[in-house]
Design a protein around this ligand. Structure first.
Ligand code: SAH
Length: 347
């Protein structure tokens, strides 16, 4: 069968894998066995699943595949960050990143090939949106990294902060979250899973009703609509007030603090007044702010402010009683800012 049309097992929820087995005349527990080979034992081929009858493995391999994507390159940074360029069956590329911080090993996954949001400092949107990733393509990013890690290291956290807008690919992302979270899947707790969004209001509302209690991060980047309209084009339709209201709703439904991401850019959103306005806007919202110094990309003539200025911005927020941190740039040497590596390769 053409591998492009071939369904991969990483697409499947346990119930679907069990259903696949019973509809093939096998016992449903074979479905559980199959997924355990993938999620616990690192299998990437049916032929490795030695306690499943050979005849069934052969029948499976004729119609299905375990993985649909493969690792194309791995770039390693001196700080332990590893960036994986993943090749998809249609020859598109996406990226996922492993970030190491002591015991915490975070995998940052992509959700789309490209991005339609066109934020004015981000490499992911430069070639526009090509397509959504399916659930399996999202899950495989985590599995590729899991299978690459030495047995002494375990993935502890997942962030949906790679290429694409997760809430614009809602169903595939939520199914992936359920597989990442499931005991039979990757077994990572909802508290250690973060979905980052530019601020798609219907998506945030829907997410608050999923009963998932994952962390929600919102990419704010501006203290008012005038600035945000310039750097985040989707803001013209949405507006900051609606985003803050939706964030509040998410908090009310889940009791999970909201994270606001603030990519700080020299001369654009880094003034003392901007810090005070931001604090004013976030007053009363149960949240924390991550200040991310811009990782400059050559297509845009923007730069990060000095470290001192970023810290001053942070201190002003702290003085207003807001929990805020300046995040260290990790992996900038391996082009770990969203979409940089893919952009170079795809071109
Ligand atoms: N579309 C989602 C998730 C992907 S972007 C979102 O907007 O949240 C993940 C985070 O990386 C966002 O906060 C984004 O603004 C930030 N980012 C993208 N390019 C960057 C760059 N060049 N430097 C610093 N942060 C960047």
């Amino acid at each position: 069968m053409d591998k492009l049309q071939c369904i991969s097992i990483t697409e499947m929820h346990l119930s679907e894998a069990m259903e696949l087995c019973t509809s093939s005349g096998e016992h449903s527990y074979r479905g559980k066995q199959m997924l355990s080979w993938i999620y616990d034992k690192g299998a990437t081929q049916f032929s490795q699943m030695s306690d499943i009858p050979t005849s069934f493995r052969e029948r499976l391999a004729a119609t299905y595949q375990v993985f649909q994507s493969k690792i194309f390159t791995i770039n390693t940074s001196h700080d332990g960050t590893e960036k994986f360029l993943i090749q998809l069956p249609d020859n598109n590329f996406i990226e996922c990143v492993l970030l190491r911080d002591g015991k915490r090993k975070t995998v940052c996954v992509s959700t789309q090939v490209g991005c339609a949001m066109d934020c004015k400092f981000c490499a992911s949107g430069i070639l526009g949106l090509k397509r959504n990733l399916n659930t399996g393509e999202i899950i495989e990013q985590v599995l590729h990294i899991k299978n690459h890690l030495p047995s002494s290291e375990h993935i502890t956290n997942i962030v949906f902060m790679g290429i694409g807008e997760p809430l614009a690919n809602y169903e595939n992302v939520i199914k992936a979250v359920r597989i990442i979270n499931a005991d039979w899947g990757l077994g990572i707790g909802a508290r250690n899973i973060t979905i980052s969004t530019v601020g798609i209001i219907p998506g945030i509302r829907r997410l608050s009703k999923e009963g998932l209690k994952v962390n929600l991060a919102i990419s704010l980047h501006a203290p008012n609509d005038t600035v945000r309209d310039k750097i985040v084009p989707s803001n013209k339709k949405t507006g900051l007030k609606n985003i803050i209201d939706a964030a509040q709703e998410y908090f009310n439904a889940t009791h999970r603090d909201i994270s606001f991401e603030y990519t700080i850019i020299n001369g654009i959103n880094d003034s003392i007044q901007d810090a005070h306005s931001l604090a004013q806007m976030l007053k009363g919202v149960q949240c924390n702010v991550n200040i991310l110094p811009l990782n400059p990309i050559k297509e845009y003539s923007l730069a990060p402010p000095s470290q001192k200025k970023a810290e001053m911005f942070c201190t002003i927020l702290n003085n207003h009683g807001i929990v805020a941190t300046v995040r260290q740039k990790k992996g900038s040497k391996v082009n770990a800012a969203c979409g940089q590596l893919r952009l170079q390769t795809q071109r």
